[in-house]
Ligand binder design. Structure first.
Ligand SMILES: Nc1ncnc2c1ncn2[C@@H]1O[C@H](COP(=O)(O)OP(=O)(O)OP(=O)(O)O)[C@@H](O)[C@H]1O
Ligand SMILES: [Mg+2]
Length: 399
């Protein structure tokens, strides 16, 4: 009891802590007006002339620069305007890293229209047909956002092909479906078939990186929403901007802001000082990586763990693929698990590269994989190891 009593007596420096949450959608998005206005222009016809067109848009840009939040924000606007005008438009935001297969993506989409739709018992092809039937029966248009689309593309799933082509062979058709794909890097779409690429390439919106001044405005706004007045000065926000600007991920800025406030609270201060920001900035595992680790499969985590272990015990900053394999097998043996195949592990490695966790240097193209050197340049290994161990433990694996 008295622990709580003590804490409750302390005045909090937060006005509303949840407004620093990564998934919170604020009322304003400073410096994304241009993108929101462009999206509104592109989707206007959905409201003025329902089901006459189907829009397919691709959003691209670096990590942490507001792609997801801007599209979600746009989804909210679209829902409001369509309700006001009695146009039936549904919006569904799917994260393809979390919904890893066509099947899961489709279930998620269908459940926006029919809440209790059963999760099992259909093939993806069935689901696609069911989706179209629902849309036709209920006279609805749906805007499907496929966020982190590269995860679906790289698995060779043909869902994107099917979705972009849904109306091609129907008679007397109504355009029922629009798509927004979000990717960090455009190169992944080249793995799709030619016609899908050309469909998607017609409308690309590139989100530019924020400047220092823009990051300042954004962080100041988020601080204003979440902290009490006079808890942080502009100079300290600038200090956070300096730590954020380098990799540009606004999440890091929000995270530092949150930690600095917590540190100030724990020291019974009435405001944040330089020391709090300095300590708060010492986070060495980027927030985007933490999120990726949380959703990683056990074997992939074990493989990453082997890389971290290998690098930690190495004098060199790099480790060879072969070296990692050895460690991985030993770890699997200790856990009495069957190791994944080398080619699967090589795929994991490519995924780590895409997720900006590792850098791979190919020494010799001839024996691909075996002559690759791997490095984890930007993340503190001790912290990363610690986090992986905790996640593995939560999955029942003691390494
Ligand atoms: N203009 C902005 N105004 C307020 N908050 C913002 C703005 N831009 C980004 N943010 C915040 O920064 C964080 C990262 O943004 P978001 O998740 O949209 O990045 P992203 O571009 O989708 O990154 P990733 O490629 O890693 O998915 C979110 O918490 C978001 O709310
Ligand atoms: Mg995103």
């Amino acid at each position: 009891m008295e622990y709580f009593e003590e804490l409750l007596k302390k005045p909090s420096l937060f006005q509303d802590e949840s407004k620093l949450d990564m998934n919170y959608i604020p009322d304003r998005l400073p410096h994304r007006d241009k993108e929101l206005s462009l999206l509104s222009q592109l989707f206007l016809t959905l409201i003025t002339d329902p089901n006459s067109i189907s829009r397919k848009i691709l959003i691209t840009g670096k990590t942490g620069i507001g792609k997801t939040v801007t599209i979600k924000y746009f989804g909210e606007i679209l829902k409001k305007v369509s309700t006001e005008r009695n146009v039936a438009i549904k919006y569904v935001h799917v994260n393809c890293r979390k919904e890893r297969t066509s099947y899961k993506v489709l279930i998620k989409i269908i459940r926006v229209i029919k809440k209790n739709f059963p999760k099992r018992g259909y093939s993806p092809q069935d689901l696609l047909e069911i989706l179209i039937d629902f849309l036709n029966q209920q006279d609805i248009h749906i805007l499907i956002v496929l966020d982190e689309l590269s995860y679906l593309i790289n698995k060779g799933e043909d869902l994107i092909y099917s979705l972009t082509r849904i109306n091609d062979d129907s008679v007397n058709f109504q355009e029922r479906l629009s798509i927004i794909g979000i990717v960090r890097d455009l190169s992944c779409i080249n793995n799709l078939d030619y016609s899908t690429v050309s469909t998607l390439q017609r409308n690309i919106i590139k989100f530019s990186n924020y400047s220092k001044k823009q990051i300042f405005d954004i962080l100041k706004y988020r601080a204003h929403l979440s902290l009490k007045e006079n808890v942080i000065t502009d100079d300290l926000i600038k200090m956070i901007v300096d730590s954020t600007y380098l990799n540009g991920d606004i999440r890091n800025g929000l995270n530092i802001l949150w930690k600095a406030t917590k540190i100030a609270e724990s020291r019974n201060l009435n405001f944040i000082n330089t020391e709090c920001v300095r300590l708060g900035s010492q986070e060495t595992v980027p927030f985007s990586t933490l999120d990726i680790l949380k959703y990683m499969s056990s074997h992939k985590l074990l493989f990453l763990f082997s890389i971290v272990k290998g690098l930690k015990n190495n004098y060199e900053p790099t480790i060879s693929f072969l070296g990692i394999l050895k460690r991985y097998r030993i770890i699997c043996e200790n856990l009495e698990l069957n190791p994944r195949s080398n080619s699967q592990l090589w795929n994991y490695l490519q995924e780590f590269k895409r997720e900006s966790i590792v850098i791979i240097e190919i020494i010799s193209e001839k024996v691909k994989g075996r002559r690759a050197l791997i490095q984890i340049p930007e993340i503190n290994l001790l912290k990363l190891e610690d986090i992986i161990i905790k996640i593995l433990q939560s999955k029942g694996l003691k390494v």
